[in-house]
Design a protein around this ligand. Structure first.
Ligand SMILES: Nc1nc2c(c(=O)[nH]1)N(C=O)[C@@H](CNc1ccc(C(=O)N[C@@H](CCC(=O)O)C(=O)O)cc1)CN2
Ligand SMILES: Nc1ncnc2c1ncn2[C@@H]1O[C@H](COP(=O)(O)OP(=O)(O)OP(=O)(O)O)[C@@H](O)[C@H]1O
Length: 212
C-alpha cells in the first residue's frame, strides 16, 4: 500500500480541508504556469533579501531551510553560499506520524526520495527540533501566506507540528518564502486551531514581518 501523504481528516474539519485542497490545486497550477522570466526575476530578488538576512547572522551562519521540490522558490543558491562561507545548513526529513526531523546538508550531500512525501532528502543522521532551535535563520516552504501570517502548506501538517515543538524551545522566527502572488488577504483560506503562523514572509518585494 502507498504511504498516505496526508493525515486522515476528522469529520469536523472535513469542509475546511476540502476548501484548502481546492486552493492548493489552483496554487500549484499557477506556480507551474509562472512565466520563466518572472520566476527568474523573483528568485534573483528573493536571493538578495535572503543574503542580507544571512549576513546579519554574522560569521558561520546557521540556517535551517528546505530543499525545493517542483516549482517551489529556489533557495538553494543561497544555501550553497552559506556552506561555502563556513556556515551550516539543516533541512527537514519526513518522519512517521507527520513529524519533521532535521539533518545536515551540503551541496555534496546525496539525496534520496522520501518514502512519505514527494520530496528528496539526505539519508544522514536525524536530529530533533534542537537542531533548528540553534539556528540563526529558519526558512519554511508554503503555498500561500495570508496577511496575518497564516500559512497554507502541502497539507501534511508537518510544519504545524514542528513549529509547535520549536516554540517550546525558543528558536528562530519562522519566515516563509513564496512568490509575490501567494501573499493573500486574510480569510483567503480557512485556518484551524492547530495552524502555526509564520513571523514573516520573504518575497521578491522584500522581507515582511507580521505584527504577531
Ligand atoms: N521542499 C519541501 N520540503 C518539505 C515540505 C515542503 O512543503 N517542501 N514539507 C512540508 O510539509 C514536508 C514534505 N511534504 C510534502 C507534501 C507534499 C508535496 C507535494 O505533493 N508537492 C507537489 C507540488 C509542489 C509545488 O510545486 O508546489 C509536487 O511535487 O508535485 C511536497 C512536500 C517536508 N519537506
Ligand atoms: N499539532 C497537531 N496535532 C495534531 N494534528 C495536527 C497538528 N497540526 C496539524 N494537524 C493536522 O494535520 C492536518 C494537515 O494540516 P494542514 O492542512 O494545516 O497542513 P499544512 O500546514 O498545509 O502542511 P505542511 O506543514 O505539511 O506543509 C490537519 O488535519 C490538521 O488538523
Amino acid at each position: 500500500m502507498a504511504h498516505p501523504t496526508t493525515p486522515p481528516a476528522s469529520g469536523l474539519h472535513a469542509e475546511a480541508l476540502e476548501r484548502k485542497a481546492a486552493l492548493r490545486r489552483d496554487l500549484r497550477a499557477r506556480r507551474r504556469a509562472l512565466d520563466p522570466a518572472s520566476r527568474e526575476r523573483q528568485m534573483t530578488a528573493v536571493a538578495d533579501h535572503l543574503r542580507r538576512l544571512v549576513d546579519a547572522a554574522g560569521p558561520r551562519p546557521r540556517v535551517a531551510a528546505y530543499l525545493p521540490v517542483g516549482a517551489e522558490p529556489d533557495v538553494r543558491p543561497v544555501l550553497e553560499e552559506v556552506v561555502r562561507a563556513g556556515g551550516t545548513v539543516v533541512v527537514p526529513v519526513c518522519l512517521p506520524e507527520w513529524q519533521l526531523g532535521w539533518t545536515e546538508w551540503t551541496p555534496e550531500t546525496e539525496l534520496v526520495r522520501s518514502e512519505r512525501a514527494w520530496v528528496h532528502e539526505p539519508s544522514g543522521e536525524r536530529r530533533g527540533p534542537e537542531a533548528v532551535a540553534a539556528a540563526d535563520l529558519l526558512l519554511i516552504p508554503a503555498q500561500a501566506i495570508d496577511a496575518a501570517g497564516g500559512r497554507l502548506g502541502q497539507g501534511g501538517g508537518y510544519y504545524d507540528r514542528f513549529l509547535q515543538r520549536l516554540h517550546a524551545l525558543g528558536g528562530p522566527a519562522p519566515l516563509a518564502v513564496v512568490y509575490e502572488h501567494e501573499v493573500l488577504e486574510t480569510g483567503a483560506f480557512p485556518t484551524e486551531p492547530t495552524d502555526q503562523p509564520v513571523d514573516g514572509v520573504v518575497t521578491a518585494s522584500g522581507v515582511h514581518r507580521f505584527a504577531l
